[in-house]
Design a protein around this ligand. Structure first.
Ligand code: ADP
Length: 548
């Protein structure tokens, strides 16, 4: 029995030793566990702490053991909750606290507790593990800051986007306004075009019709559908459009160049007997032709008034010519002494009256010529002649007068006779006469005059010019030189006689001969007036006669 007892005792001792070893082992283990750790009894007093606990809290084993866990944390009420929960708690609890370290530093910690119970489930206390979560908290704080920063950025971006959207909406509104305005302008322009009293026709750069107004439809008996999007050539197939297209044949529409800014003009009479003035001008944008505009203007009324004016002038001139001729012959009789010799004073007086009368007759003749030209009654009697045979005797007849005016005079004609040309001698004489008289009138004493005749073989034409060193024509008036009643400003002061009809008649005469007339002039230096006439073969001449 004692032996048995001894054996039992021995075994118990060994178990106790083993248990002690195990306890030491557990103590060592908990001692060096990296987590801060303490054991707490049911009264919440600390029984043991490990090394990590001491490091984290700053309290050593002696300072900790026997203390209530309250002293470790800032929030005492939360600790109370924990104390109350622990005895009934089966699982572990985890809560966040603020640890009050020995040095008064406050550290956010996570506290995990696990209840200790015996075999009969009696509550023995608990383990308390404290984990420093300051870094996690810091990280969380930073993360929150970052999130709030990002949120702010996003908000700013959002504001920017909203602003951009608003700006875009504003722009869109502006664009819409501009568009509306453009549309209004377009409508206005279209209304003007539609109601325009002239006919308007717009061609694009490829000579395709893009727009016509109702007036064109009316003038030419066409509808816009027949014309829009048709090319010039296609328009020729339309019987109603043909006259208009033909009248434009010399315009820039038919020239393949880049177009010119010069306006082209023509006239035609339509089915309703209306006289229409056709003008065409290139539409140029940034030096490039982008189309053409054709304007058709009804000039029937102007034509009628013009015809009435011409008729009036013609009647008045005819009426005046008869008494003027009677006066002329009466003077002649007086001057010739048929009614007895006149004394010097009487003769001088009658001579002056005679030359004034002559000037009046010449003015009346000019007026009559102009009305004949305008009425198409200025008939031509053509014959083949050498221009020298007309010009040289004529200038000879002016020699004395030119000399009397103190003007030097030269004639330059080719040695070899120039080819014959078809002329109405009387009318070409009028042209040369007019050139000579102008040069004489508008050249001061001491000046020089020159008659030049030449044959241009290349162009096969005869060129005649009268040059002077006279007063010249102001540059700003060059464009009006060949128009009716034109008299330049600088000669009006000179008080020379003149009607402003001479050059208009000259131009008509030369152009009726299919020739050209032009001039060069510089104020204060002098002028040269030219005309050229084409040389024709006998057949061409016969042909030309037939067409007259
Ligand atoms: P006018 O009867 O006035 O001479 P013209 O038709 O012959 O009429 O000439 C028209 C105008 O042209 C003249 O009034 C004058 O201003 C100008 N002119 C014509 N020839 C000359 C010239 N040789 N020198 C200067 N001016 C000229």
């Amino acid at each position: 029995m004692t032996e048995e007892n001894n054996l039992l005792k021995k075994n118990l001792e060994r178990i106790k030793e083993d248990l002690d070893d195990l306890q030491r082992y557990v103590d060592d283990l908990t001692m060096f566990l990296p987590l801060a750790f303490c054991t707490v009894n049911p009264l919440n007093l600390i029984l043991g702490v490990n090394q990590s606990f001491q490091t984290l809290t700053g309290y050593d084993e002696m300072e900790s053991i026997g203390n209530s866990i309250d002293f470790l944390f800032l929030e005492k009420s939360k600790v109370q909750e924990l104390k109350e929960e622990m005895p009934v708690q089966k699982d572990s609890i985890q809560k966040e606290f603020v640890l009050l370290k020995k040095n008064n530093e406050k550290v956010p910690v996570s506290v995990s507790t696990l209840a200790r119970r015996d075999n009969n489930d009696n509550f023995l206390g608990y383990f308390l593990v404290i984990t420093d979560i300051s870094e996690t908290k810091e990280f969380q704080k930073k993360l929150e800051e970052r999130v709030s920063e990002k949120t702010k950025e996003l908000e700013i971006k959002n504001v920017e986007v909203t602003e951009s959207r608003l700006a875009l909406l504003n722009i869109l509104e502006d664009v819409e306004d501009a568009w509306k305005k453009a549309e209004e302008e377009k409508n206005k322009t279209m209304a003007i075009i539609t109601n325009f009293t002239d006919g308007l026709m717009v061609f694009d750069r490829d000579n395709v019709v893009r727009l016509i107004n109702p007036k064109i439809e009316k003038f030419f008996y066409i509808s816009s559908e027949e014309v829009i999007n048709k090319s010039l050539n296609e328009l020729k197939d339309s019987k109603n459009m043909l006259p208009l297209i033909e009248s434009l044949s010399e315009s820039s529409l038919f020239q393949n160049g880049n177009g010119s800014t010069d306006q082209f003009r023509a006239e035609l009479v339509n089915k309703d007997n209306l006289t229409l003035d056709i003008s065409e001008v290139s539409i140029i944008n940034e030096d490039e032709k982008i189309g053409s505009l054709v304007v058709v203007h009804d000039i029937t009324r102007e034509k009628m008034i013009e015809a009435m004016k011409s008729e009036f002038v013609s009647i008045a001139a005819h009426q005046l010519r008869t008494p003027l001729s009677a006066i002329k012959w009466t003077m002649r009789i007086l001057l010739d002494g048929d009614l007895g010799e006149l004394n010097e004073d009487q003769k001088g007086l009658v001579e002056k009256t005679y030359s004034s009368n002559e000037r009046m007759i010449s003015l009346i003749n000019d007026l009559l010529n102009v009305t004949r030209i305008e009425e198409g009654r200025y008939l031509y009697q053509l014959e083949l002649s050498h221009i020298e045979d007309i010009a040289v005797p004529l200038i000879e007849s002016y020699k004395t007068e030119i000399k009397r005016r103190g003007i030097k005079f030269n004639i330059n004609i080719p040695k070899k006779k120039t080819p014959k040309i078809a002329t109405d001698v009387g009318k070409i004489t009028l042209v040369i006469q007019n050139f000579i008289e102008n040069a004489m009138k508008y050249t001061n004493q001491g000046g020089v005059m020159e008659l030049n005749i030449s044959y241009n073989k290349e162009k096969d034409e005869i060129e005649v010019s009268v040059k002077d060193s006279g007063v010249g024509i102001p540059k700003d008036q060059h464009g009006r030189v060949f128009t009716k009643f034109f008299r330049a400003k600088n000669i009006i002061k000179m008080e020379t006689e003149g009607s402003g009809l001479g050059l208009f008649i000259c131009k008509n005469i030369v152009e009726a001969h299919k020739g050209r007339v032009w001039f060069e002039s510089e104020e204060g230096v002098g002028s040269t007036f030219y005309f050229s006439l084409p040389v024709r073969s006998q057949e061409e001449f016969d042909d030309f006669l037939k067409k007259l």
